[in-house]
Ligand binder design. Structure first.
Ligand SMILES: C[S@@+](CC[C@H](N)C(=O)[O-])C[C@H]1O[C@@H](n2cnc3c(N)ncnc32)[C@H](O)[C@@H]1O
Length: 273
């Protein structure tokens, strides 16, 4: 009986009080109403500017943007950008243009921020997201920011063969595949199949860059108060670096590098075919 009351109070706190307070802030609204995993929310995370209804909404937004889990998301974006930047300049020495395929791109902020490199024609990016809100946001932002040589298109990333053919039609060999903020939503068998397909799509020496979570310290809040765009509870799959290291080696990738952030939440993993 006592336990039942505690559970009801807990549910009331998260599902009523928390949800309603979150809805006042831009990020909170995105998390509890329009879909927690949407790349549109991540754009707001990267902007890091508090927006909300009334003073309280702005205050809640700032509190959410300051959460370690959200800071860790910004940190991982910067890390991906740096890995890409480094690869582009290594290829430049060989006078080679780098082609990137970004799977589940959202607004592909880590790519858009390489504006100079895109505009010089040193990098060409194909960004794929199943959500047309994300692809049109990405297209509009690249126009607004005047970034050339980035294309967004709506497609399912689990149709890798089609994506590879699309790139080939554009006479592009994919050099780097990015998969940031996607594997956390899928079970092991799905993720493993996807990584094998990525391996198959890359040329010898090609690079895969992806992110994963070891843990999140906002787990309970996410599970109880937030929903995905399909209206479902947010189910996330946490994995340790050892899991990725073994899998990548088994598939045939080499030079595996896995970084951990200072909160021990996000891992950025990259490896070469
Ligand atoms: C967390 S966001 C990551 C956005 C971006 N990669 C980043 O790290 O900032 C996840 C994105 O995955 C997209 N997504 C989820 N499942 C997908 C699928 N099967 N095919 C394509 N995109 C998918 C969602 O629409 C969403 O924009």
């Amino acid at each position: 009986m006592y336990k039942k009351i505690l559970v009801s109070l807990d549910d009331f706190f998260y599902k009523k009080l928390m949800r309603n307070a979150l809805k006042l802030s831009k990020l909170g609204y995105g998390f509890v109403v329009s879909g927690a995993e949407s790349g549109v929310n991540f754009e707001h995370v990267y902007d890091d500017k508090a927006i909300g209804r009334f003073v309280i909404g702005k205050y809640v937004d700032r509190a959410l943007l300051n959460l370690p889990a959200v800071q860790a998301t910004r940190a991982r974006k910067d890390e991906i950008k740096n890995i890409l930047w480094n690869e582009v300049y290594n290829n430049r020495i060989k006078e080679k243009v780098t082609t990137v395929l970004d799977l589940a791109s959202g607004g592909a902020r880590y790519l858009r921020e390489l504006r100079e490199e895109h505009n010089q024609g040193w990098i060409f990016s194909l960004c794929v997201d199943r959500d047309s809100k994300c692809t049109s946001m990405g297209t509009k932002l690249t126009q607004k920011e005047n970034v050339k040589n980035i294309r967004f298109f709506a497609a399912d990333v689990f149709k890798m063969e089609r994506l590879k053919k699309f790139a080939q039609k554009k006479h592009r060999q994919i050099d780097i595949v990015v998969a940031s903020g996607i594997f956390i939503y899928f079970k092991d068998d799905v993720v493993e199949k996807m990584l094998r397909e990525i391996y198959g799509a890359l040329p010898q020496g090609g690079l895969v860059i992806f992110t994963s979570y070891e843990k999140l310290n906002t787990r309970k809040l996410m599970r109880k108060a937030m929903v995905t765009s399909s209206g479902e509870q947010w189910t996330l799959y946490y994995r340790k670096p050892e899991y990725w290291r073994e899998l990548l080696n088994e598939i045939g990738f080499r030079d595996v590098f896995i970084s951990r952030d200072k909160w021990l939440m996000n891992n950025v993993c990259y490896a070469r075919k």
